[in-house]
Design a protein around this ligand. Structure first.
Ligand code: F6P
Length: 553
């Protein structure tokens, strides 16, 4: 059991609301979704909510009205709304880093007031957006040329984590809105193969590198950017004077940018109150904005803002991020669910779940509370998933008949994207038939009696039976537009926030990534010269020795 923390907050698992949920869970027992639907013919319409363009069906969850009531009571008791309001007010709720958490200010409309340390940050946000828009337009129109006078046809974003996953994901999602004459690529891995493959067929004279790094100290990004600069200058046979036309930076660290050799006039700024994984709607989105244009980018920001406002103002009963966050708490602690699947039925969302992995797992993969006490409850789940229908032919077997409970979100769209040829448009109904069929099968399954009634031999009946009772959320929108993408991302951002608030963890730091970075710095010289190998643990020392042998050292 956790000790009562210094701030007097009762540990989550000792609150009466937690106890009430535990009791309720025991009473629910093995209640099946078949029974819940049979008992309430309106359940399929009653357990739905609308936020912006997103229609959210949560009827296929293992909950009753009482469960939802108890979960909302838990949210009230753990101060979710108070922490939310503190976030929107610009208070330093990222306590271990002493920072405000204001990604919501990045999409606040011009004229709004959001203060950090007494200063309204909205004018600066819009000044950067305007600078990005002007630059994007110059690149898109061909006015911005490279060192040799050729127009830019290739954009290579170099960044990692939050400085890669967001723009890379959104570029894929909004591909049908992009300027198809531009080639846009994303390089993140310190594995040289990444940069190699990204530039090998590009004309350097037509290539713009966008170096994206909040800190401008991240080893992968700086290493790749140095090599990219070398490649560019060698290809062009030019000196450092060529850099200004081919490199721009997205960062909070002007000094680091200048030290790298990028003119700070070509730097697009953001601020320490924007977390890396919450940053692609800041300057970090520049590559995306070049690809889709400033107008579409602003539509996306409006989508974010719409959900921000919903989260800030909607009553608890209708608050979608609150609901989704609480459902995750319910399954994690009361069903011992370890994972959460996000299964988009859109090819364009192929990188969406990878993006959510950082958003969710870097935010809520914590095991001490805000005061540093170990927590005794489940925190963030393993988030995973790939687009349907591909997953159906790979791992859905485990979802349907495995031993694990894995709640899943199904994301689908009524309209196929524009500009598909008619035969491909026709395929959309087949895609969506699968989308609806899967949540139906997961929820209701197929009983042994139903299988036997089909004449299946007795020995095969258990193999062909589907237990069902696998909870899912269905999120359906008319179309995958820039605004809808913004709405979806904001929805997940706030869901993650709700869970962190209930669990009393700091969702906005990421100390867990540091140890590996420090150790890698120590191991690198050992790989090169063998020096320091003896100080390593026996396993690592042996592996380093084997590696050196294989490298011929
Ligand atoms: O190592 C983790 C991390 O700090 C992420 O939180 C961040 O998104 C990523 O590295 C990249 O950091 P930066 O933008 O400073 O290069």
């Amino acid at each position: 059991m956790s000790e009562t923390p210094a701030n007097g907050r009762t540990p989550l698992d000792r609150t009466p609301q937690w106890a009430a949920l535990g009791k309720h869970r025991a009473e629910l027992g093995e209640q099946h979704l078949r029974g819940l639907f049979a008992a309430d013919p309106d359940r399929g319409t009653r357990y739905t909510l609308q936020v912006g363009d997103l229609f959210v069906d949560y009827s296929k969850h293992l909950v009753t009205d009482r469960t939802l009531e108890l979960l909302r009571e838990l949210a009230a008791a753990t101060g979710v709304a108070e922490l939310r309001d503190a976030m929107f007010r610009g208070e330093k709720i990222n306590t271990t880093e002493g920072r405000a958490v204001l990604h919501t200010a990045l999409r606040a409309p011009r004229g709004a007031v959001v203060e950090v340390d007494g200063e309204n940050v909205v004018p600066a946000v819009h000044a950067v957006l305007d600078k990005m828009a002007a630059f994007s337009e110059r690149v898109r129109s061909g006015e911005w040329t490279g060192h040799t006078g050729k127009r830019i046809r290739n954009v290579v974003n170099i960044g990692i984590g939050g400085s890669d996953l967001g723009p890379a994901m959104a570029y894929e999602v909004l591909r049908s809105y992009t300027d198809r004459d531009l080639t846009v690529r994303f390089v993140s891995n310190v594995d040289g193969a990444d940069l190699h493959e990204a530039v090998r067929d590009l004309d350097a004279a037509e290539t713009l590198f966008v170096v994206a790094s909040k800190t401008f100290t991240t080893i992968e990004t700086v290493t790749n950017a140095v090599v990219a600069r070398g490649w560019l200058l060698e290809q062009l046979g030019a000196g450092d004077e060529a850099v200004a036309k081919h490199f721009v930076a997205l960062s909070t660290n002007a000094q680091g940018v200048a030290d790298f050799g990028i003119d700070t006039a070509n730097m697009f700024e953001f601020w320490d109150w924007v977390g890396g994984r919450y940053s692609y709607d800041s300057a970090i989105g520049l590559s995306l904005m070049i690809a889709i244009g400033a107008e579409r980018f602003r539509e996306m920001l409006d989508g974010f803002h719409l959900v921000d406002e919903h989260f800030r103002t909607a009553p608890a009963e209708q608050n979608v991020p609150l609901l989704l966050g609480l459902l995750g708490v319910w399954y994690g602690s009361f069903f011992d669910a370890q994972a959460h699947a996000v299964l988009p039925y859109s090819h364009y969302l192929s990188k969406f779940t990878a993006y959510l992995q950082q958003l969710d797992m870097e935010s809520n993969g914590k095991s001490v509370d805000r005061e540093g006490n170990p927590v005794d409850w489940q925190t963030g789940p393993v988030v995973w998933g790939t687009p349907g229908t591909n997953g159906q032919h790979a791992y859905y077997q485990l979802l349907h008949q495995g031993t694990k409970l894995i709640p899943a979100d199904f994301l689908g769209f009524a309209q196929p994207v524009a500009d598909l040829q008619p035969a491909l448009v026709a395929q959309h109904d087949l895609l969506m038939a699968n989308f609806f069929a899967q949540t139906q099968a997961l929820a209701f399954g197929k009983t042994a009696e139903e299988v036997a009634a089909e004449g299946v031999p007795a020995e095969l009946v258990p193999h062909k039976t589907f237990r069902g009772n696998h909870p899912t959320t269905t999120i359906l929108a008319a179309e995958l537009t820039p605004s809808v993408l913004g709405q979806l991302v904001a929805l997940y951002e706030h869901k993650v926030f709700v869970q962190g608030a209930v669990w009393n963890i700091d969702s906005f730091d990421q100390w867990g990534v540091e140890l590996g970075k420090v150790l890698a710095k120590k191991i690198e010289p050992a790989l090169l010269t063998g020096e320091g190998t003896e100080a390593l643990d026996a396993s690592t020392a042996n592996l380093v020795g084997r590696y050196r042998e294989l490298r011929g050292r």
